[in-house]
Design a protein around this ligand. Structure first.
Ligand code: PLP
Length: 402
């Protein structure tokens, strides 16, 4: 098997897995207990909190464990809406957010909140002048993702943070794809709240965290016991927290090395695909993109069909985002960067990690070429296109040349 879907979930880092095991067996105490046995669990969670805080430049008491990225997004948006409802009911976000943000905002709209969904340009970057213009006296929150899960585009987070600060507006960022993969400093970037998820950076599924800046009185999202400083009730997920903390440490200690390696592998793959395959475009930004992300649109093919063929060869990839699989709607992200429905449906996302190597990339590209050839052979439009004298073909070739 060749696993090229690391943005959907990444394999657990070995070090993280090994660290978590004793907390599933030997140290099973509830971290809230009054005896010494419990202290082992509580201390382990405390250490994990420190490791995570170090990864993003936060203080350890600003880190709250949650069940993952989706919960963190829900908490940040709804919590802010509740906290500041007297001040205003306007929120600014983007059209290309994860559904954890978009569907939370949709729910707020039903409750009378006004949401501005910022457009993005053809590379998936938000327009800063539009952001500034959309600020109103009743704006309480700006939520812009650090990096996009489908096309990998990285937003100018520090600039956005500064604008929010200058206007007295809270700034939240969904950093689920970025955390552990590229440097993030919440203080330098003026980030008030940040969502992340362990399974996207080598930790287990079902745990994540929300960073909440010290002085923000974000109301609790989960009522019950006094865990997580009374703000997120529920018995601590000790083993998973330990593993997430360890994964954070591994990411922090190897970040530059991993970024260099993965970026080089990505560039090699992009070059090969653009050079060897006709009628293809690279989606997203050429340089401001996550190290491991590639997203292509192949003309004259259906991404789902391509995925099935690749799957038969043991290659895991995705079209659109993991969450869109099973739906026939074209990806909202690809439509937002101006693709036609056809090109959005013909997209392939390959997301790699430091665990992939050149041999796997070569095998995958060879299979992609073979599968594309077969699928395109079945397309009348394609056959028309490759007929030498077709003027339609010439026009389309010009249009889609990368
Ligand atoms: C995966 C993802 C989420 C959701 O995280 P879960 O932990 O799976 O709930 C949110 N935002 C982005 C950008 C993601 O990629």
């Amino acid at each position: 098997m060749i696993y090229l879907d690391n943005a959907a979930t990444a394999p657990m880092k070995k070090g993280a897995y090994e660290k978590m095991l004793p907390y599933l067996t030997k140290y099973y105490a509830n971290p809230s207990g009054a005896y010494d046995f419990s202290k082992q669990s509580a201390d382990a969670m405390d250490k994990a909190r420190e490791q995570i805080a170090s990864l993003i430049g936060a203080d350890k008491n600003e880190i709250y464990f949650t069940s993952g990225g989706t919960e963190s997004d829900n908490w940040a948006i709804k919590g802010t809406a509740d906290l500041l409802q007297k001040k205003g009911r306007h929120i600014i976000t983007t059209r290309i957010e994860h559904h954890g943000i978009l569907n939370t905002c949709k729910d707020l709209e039903k409750r009378g909140y006004k949401i501005t969904y910022l457009e993005v340009d053809e590379y998936g970057m938000i327009k800063m002048d539009r952001l500034k213009k959309s600020i109103r006296p009743d704006t309480v929150l700006i939520s812009v993702m650090t990096a996009n899960n489908e096309i990998g585009t990285i937003q100018p987070i520090a600039e956005i943070g500064l604008i929010a600060k200058q206007n007295g507006i809270l700034f939240h960022t969904d950093a689920v794809q970025a955390c552990g993969h590229i440097p993030i400093d919440v203080k330098k970037a003026n980030i008030d709240m940040l969502s992340a998820s362990a399974h996207k950076f080598g930790g287990p599924k079902g745990i994540g965290f929300l960073y909440i800046r010290q002085d923000i009185a974000l109301p609790s999202f989960m009522y019950g016991g006094s865990q997580e400083q009374g703000r997120r009730a529920g018995t601590g997920n000790v083993a998973s927290a330990v593993a997430m903390g360890e994964a954070a440490d591994i990411c922090r200690n190897n970040m530059k090395q991993h970024m260099d390696y993965v970026t080089r592998l990505r560039e090699y793959a992009i070059q090969r695909i653009l050079r060897e395959i006709p009628f293809v475009r690279l989606n997203g930004h050429r340089t401001r993109r996550l190290p491991g992300n590639m997203n292509f649109s192949f003309q004259f093919v259906d991404g789902e069909a391509l995925l099935v063929m690749l799957d038969m060869k043991g290659i895991c990839a995705s079209t659109g985002s993991a969450c869109s699989t099973g739906s026939t709607e074209p990806s909202h992200v690809l439509m937002s960067i101006g693709l036609t429905e056809d090109l959005a449906h013909g997209s392939l996302r390959l997301t790699i990690s430091e665990e992939n190597n050149k041999k796997e990339i070569d095998t995958a590209i060879d299979e992609i070429k073979r599968s594309l050839f077969k699928l395109r052979e079945m397309s009348n439009e394609y056959r028309h296109m490759v007929t030498p004298m077709s003027s339609y073909g010439k026009r389309m070739r010009r249009q889609y040349r990368y």
